[in-house]
Design a binder for this molecule. Sequence first.
Ligand code: FE2
Length: 403
Amino acid sequence: MLFKNALIENAADPADIRVENGIFTQIGALSPLEGEDVTDLGNRLVLPPFIESHVHLDTCLTAGDPVWNMSGTLFEGIECWSKRKDKLTHEDIRERVKKVVGMYAEHGIQYIRTHVDVTDPELVAMKAMIELREELKDIMEIQIVAFPQEGILSFPNGKELLREAVEMGADAVGAIPHYEFTREYSVESLDYALRLAADNDKLVDVHCDEIDDEASRGLETVAARALELGLFDKVTASHTTAMHSYNNAYVLKLMRLLKLSRINFVANPLVNTHLQGRADTYPKRRGVTRVKELTEAGINVSFGHDDIRDPWYPMGNGSLRDVVFMGLHVCQMMGYEDIMNSYKFITSNAAKTLHITDHYGIEPGKPACFVVLDARNYYEALSRDSKVTGSYKNGKKIDVPSH
Ligand code: FE2
């Protein structure tokens, strides 16, 4: 199969792409072989598929059910969720996740890393997600993080539940150090989580310092353990919003450890712009981590939605375009080159975060997965909110399920 006239990753000139048996085999100026199917992409932008590197699929599409979050704060969100949590069933999760995966597929997303709450003695969401990961694999590659929403040491049997979720088949181990009762618990919870991952050959993704407290320093422990246990880029620190408020002298010192540790970062610009700075009067902190500085230091950063229409965030349609758009504004990364390169936050950088670079990217030998946008480059796509006209997996156009 030959795809003609693709503007691959902002290239000024079009190239042709040959796909055989679902694999990219040739890229360049190519003529059709005898009897070969040809699709003309008409000088449209072609990118590797989009990747959602941080979302909570188990809470998606629950906003207003049974009550709306009237203040919009994190704490009222937790109250709303505790009312909704009573109604959480296997079937309820399956229905909502299928819908939201359809929304993502429509916008060219082919990979999702979801955090699943395991502070539940029945592990209801975990069981449903493991089932769905298998069931939806032809349209979406899903990675599951065992996420201890209410803590590892601060929740009854937290350690055992996390271990059980890993044994059930979670891909990654989570933690929430800033939510633990004490600083000591915070450090011990990270020791436990990263050791559990190392012993079971799992990835790590920590909800790390998602608070405006400049004294919240789970990040240094995550990075130090990633280095000492040799986990390196298998480890991701999500949110790190406290880093926004750290003093610059401390950040200067911390950067050395972050580079040595090679850990990934995930920022969630929509949700953290909405939830952070709530205890401030004026000036109000933006509360998004230091994306520009981390990127300039060569540290890998990707972007995620975090929430889609749930008690913590009432918006979201599964388009990562909005995530990038907000991220560029709030991180003051609106220089032309920054805008052109910003698709990497939801493509190649996110692939590093998910540890899937062995089968991701537009190059001969890799699975033929890519998206086509109705634009010539990413500046145009972002500024015009251009549609994804096709999402191809292993050379075949994905049939977006109704949602
Ligand atoms: Fe999150």
